[in-house]
Ligand binder design. Structure first.
Ligand code: SF4
Ligand code: SF4
Length: 258
């Protein structure tokens, strides 16, 4: 696809969204196409207050992600979604992680499976993107970070070569690592996200909005995460004093009940 076609398509996407839902496209908005995978399960856990760390098994070379929450006994362990291990069964790893997370949260695995992918991509209550583009510029991890195998497989299935040509692919011993976004001419990371564009009506938006990475879709994890990242999406939404905060409980709770 030429630059011109690329730009035309971008304008079409923006016009369609502005005319349809009545709300402009922003880097942190909207639902995505991802079903349940280790990456979406991880985002779900983060949105449920879990913290995570990574640890490398020196014998096997597998990097494990370990998720825990202070009020829950036990942990959820799974191979880091950012690495695609040739010898591992990713489906079996997901199943095991799902079972562990469900047991910790007191849910049936199928109930957790039904809600995790949706919650993972759902912004906290009160989120209203201002199209400032700050999240795309202030967090280098968004455009120089790791991508999951599922994201790359999805772009491949759609033949999205304009995106794939900017994906770094590193074949390492026993696994493949995918990263965003590398200049195919130099092989180096871009200094800023190459997809961040000025919107025709003002503000900044994502040039691959409908196909943007999971990391961008799931931003922000919490209101605090947004504010820490200089995101203005909650400026209109007051915090209820006296411990009765409304942060992140509304829409996610509704999804669980549904
Ligand atoms: S791909 Fe780039 S422009 Fe698009 S949402 Fe992510 S960081 Fe922002
Ligand atoms: S920083 Fe927040 S308000 Fe600005 S574009 Fe990103 S999500 Fe929207």
């Amino acid at each position: 696809m030429s630059e011109r076609q690329d730009q035309d398509r971008f304008q079409e996407e923006v016009s369609r969204d502005r005319g349809g839902a009545g709300q402009a496209l922003g880097p942190g908005m909207g639902q995505g196409p991802f079903g349940l995978c280790l990456s979406t399960l991880e985002k779900f856990l983060l949105k449920r207050g879990f913290t995570l760390r990574e640890t490398c098994d020196r014998l096997t070379g597998v990097v494990w992600t370990v998720c825990g929450r202070a009020d829950l006994p036990g942990e959820v362990r799974y191979p880091s979604p950012a690495y695609h291990y040739n010898a591992r069964d990713r489906g079996a790893d997901l199943e095991a992680a799902l079972a562990a997370a469900a047991a910790l949260l007191g849910l049936a695995p199928e109930v957790l499976a039904a809600q995790a992918a949706g919650v993972a991509l759902m912004p906290p209550a009160g989120f209203a993107c201002r199209l400032c583009g700050s999240c795309c510029t202030s967090m280098p991890d968004a455009f120089r970070g790791r991508l999951s195998y599922e994201e790359v497989a999805w772009w491949r299935s759609l033949g999205l070569y304009r995106i794939l040509r900017l994906v770094g692919v590193e074949e390492r011993a026993g696994h493949t690592l995918y990263t965003a976004w590398k200049n195919p001419k130099t092989g180096k990371f871009f200094k800023r996200c190459p997809w961040l564009r000025a919107l025709p009506g003002g503000g900044r938006g994502c040039g691959i909005y409908e196909h943007r990475p999971l990391k961008c879709r799931s931003f922000p994890i919490t209101r605090e995460h947004a504010e820490w990242s200089h995101c203005r999406a909650f400026e209109h939404f007051p915090v209820v004093p006296d411990g009765g905060e409304r942060r992140g409980e509304g829409r996610e709770a509704a999804a669980e009940e549904g």
